[in-house]
Ligand binder design. Sequence first.
Ligand code: ZN
Length: 150
Amino acid sequence: MSELDDLYQEVILDHNRSPRNFGKLKEPNRTAEGYNPLCGDQITVYLKLEDGMIREISFHGSGCAISKASASMMTSSVKGKTENEALSLFEDVHQMLTEGVESGDDSQKLGKLAVLSGVCKFPARVKCATLSWHTLHAALTGKGEVASTE
Ligand code: ZN
């Protein structure tokens, strides 16, 4: 295993063991549900948006280690960001997970999230990793429907 694989595993395991922002928010003003039928991952994302900024965010649900770790990292990285910043991060992460990281610039911009790029090598797990981001996107754009990876 390469160093990146080790790092990838370590970070995923850590977030899976002690997920950040796990639980239900008391008074969210946006929520969305997501479902990944391929793996059975289910997630609900709770947001408190104020003046276009994500003041609070949490997630709840059940799923595999990758989906949980990804949701944990997603909530940590968009908390305190504006709606537009979060949507642009969604685009970057989505591109990284589906197309991979080609240059060092991208991995720098994505910071810790770059460890998720490891799932690119496992196509069946990509949807586990993108689920929370799709759900965040649904919560932000307020379509009010269940986000599905299908
Ligand atoms: Zn999964």
